[in-house]
Design a binder for this molecule. Sequence first.
Ligand code: GLC
Length: 421
Amino acid sequence: MSATLRQAAAEILRKNDRSGYTVPTHGLYPFQWSWDSAITALGWLKLDETRAWQECETMFRGQWANGMLPHILFHKNAASYFPGPDVWGGESHPVPSSAISQPPVWATAVRILYNSAADRSLADRVLRDLLPKLVAYHRWWYRERDPEGTGLVCSYHPWESGMDNSPAWDQPLSNVPEVDWTYHRRDLSHVDSDQRPKKPEYDRYLFLVDFYKRHEFNSRYIYEHCPYKVLDIGIISTLHRASQDLLHLCELANPPDDVTDIDMYMARTGDAIGTLWSEQSRCFLSHDVLTNEPLDEITTATVLPLLGGLASEEQAEAMAALIRDWIDATPFALSSTHPSSPRYESQRYWRGPVWLHINWLIALGLERYGKQELAVKLREAARDCVLSAGLWEYFDAESGAGCGGDDFSWTAAIALHWLDA
Ligand code: GLC
């Protein structure tokens, strides 16, 4: 990567730094988002190790007493964002927050930080503090989102997947009622409406937000009655991978207590994951719990079991073949939705555009299965995106043009952490 790009990436992180946490981008996303922050910490590691650890510490200050790590921490008021903490009902927490989580990549990021840190005493000190919080977070997923011990955790909101308007969620979302109150979206004043979700989807997103609040976040009630319940293969895979990283960290530092329960949960996931495999699609599919139907849509989430080591050798081979064909069809790295889908749109958010951090996670998965060459191919393709367009939120899958917010933190972080390798 060129020195100019490296410098541009560093400048973006500095510009988006709000003392202790990094906003994804100015204007559109003015707070701390969970998985953005974990990935952004990897970028900080290249610039300022202390600041990288601080990113983690600030995030975990917003952890709920039950272990949940919210997807947004509203450190300050910002009129430019909707829905804020009052709509979520998360105002009374240590840091006002949303009421859902996001793909749990934290332990994976912390393991990378810990392995690479030069200041060992700082790394040891922060890890000692973070470890019980990470353990509580993973237990929250297994306990609250899989109370029947099936091995597969359940997601209650498309936003929780981090892949907000993926076509995989169209069918389960269509069973959610629309809100009957009016509201004013703020995202459309920052980004062209062709690149953002549509109103019927937004009405349903808000119904769900309201549903948790009306039922006072009662996890039993929500588990039994939430009108949106999805086994999201992206969350299941990132959680499984992060649990491996967490157990590894527990071996290095003193765990808060006996963590064999995490091993047990992981074994259950290993036993159950086969039910999500689709021979025809050559990948794992998410699943609608309420209709008991697979969500037949090939998205970048559907090959993430590679990251968690959840695939057999044959399944990994089939997914690698799928990825090879896919990258030939979308040369600027893997599009969020497979281009053969009738619902694919090259520039609409999670319905087609290329997201670099996802390509990085898939490349990690490919490496894990010895598919080095393909991992390198993804990296080269991702590098082409930033070299031609700059450090945007996401990229048009066909033209490679930058879309969404510009000067984007996780794209800058991935450039520093992965593309500069
Ligand atoms: C959007 C993305 C989500 C991300 C957030 C902040 O909501 O879908 O994955 O965390 O923006 O960048």
